[in-house]
Design a binder for this molecule. Sequence first.
Ligand SMILES: [Zn+2]
Length: 358
Amino acid sequence: MILRPLYTRLDETVVEEIPFRAGDGTRLGLTRVGTGRGDRPAVLLLHGHTASSDMFLQPETRNLVDVLLDEGYEPWLLDWRGSCRLPYNETGRRYTYDDVALYDIPAAVAYIRQQIGDRPLFAVAHCIGALSLSMSMTAGLVPGLAGVVAQGVFLTPKLAARTSLKMTMAGELFRSRFDHIPVDFRKVGFWSRYTPLFALASKGASCPDPTCQILSNSAWCVGASLFVHENLSDATHERLAQLLGPAPLWILPHLRRVALARSVVRWNQGDDRYRALPENALDQAGRIDCPVLLVSGSENGMWLDSQKLCHEVLAARQPQLDVRYEEIPGYGHFDTFVGRGAALDVFGHILDFLDAHA
Ligand SMILES: [Zn+2]
């Protein structure tokens, strides 16, 4: 089983692709971008669901890995089981975010620690990567991180009413005939069983590109918006279908439960294997043992103002925690990492935080 190669070709001498398995044996991807120097703080990067490590390595813009390397950090990229680089992402075993929180993230953190010794280890996480990390942290499975940056969402997921409604609709579709929502119109073809989905996504869209419509106008038909359109460079717009893969519909019940609870809640209730995870991560937020920077675009069309809410809730319930909130004006969700100006508008906040705690 081979991972799709990263789209960006990095200098082979510094990139180490590690054969890596999660705690339950699932094959994942782990990439260390080293410099040969053994004194740098390490930063684990966690992508969003259906994205991959490629979102941190875009060749067409100044990307987060470039910036971290230049500023003296050692980036580590985990392709967790929801990565579109993994060959089983459309055909593999079903899972929920419990599996990511229990098996993927803790195994990666443990492996990296083994390699870096007592150097500081940070995590920078996007979307579902951050949501799952919040579950790992409140379960006490990744103690002693030097700091965590969570983009888009963390402990208090909040979805637009429109989104919740469409998720119900998507759930109906799932029961009828779809397994995944595709994003690549060129691959799927114009006349296919997916045509109605693309037609639905195109309603009210200002951009004629069907892949862009699926993502920016409807977020795989859950009715949200993944990015502010004008923040993407033409090159990134052109390769959206490389950056974001098809979304599995069978994940929606967990997502819906999380959204209804406005908290990261465990899916598996009667299964002893998952007992290490809290039933409700927000209730266990007192177990967080490191500084946290919450980041969100002011125009986040996927998770709305979840991060602002998270900051308020934690300030009230867990005033002893070191939690800050940084809102990025004019940004949506995915564009905080892949937008053409992200290095200028977003990464500086991340670096300030890392520098303060390294
Ligand atoms: Zn577009």
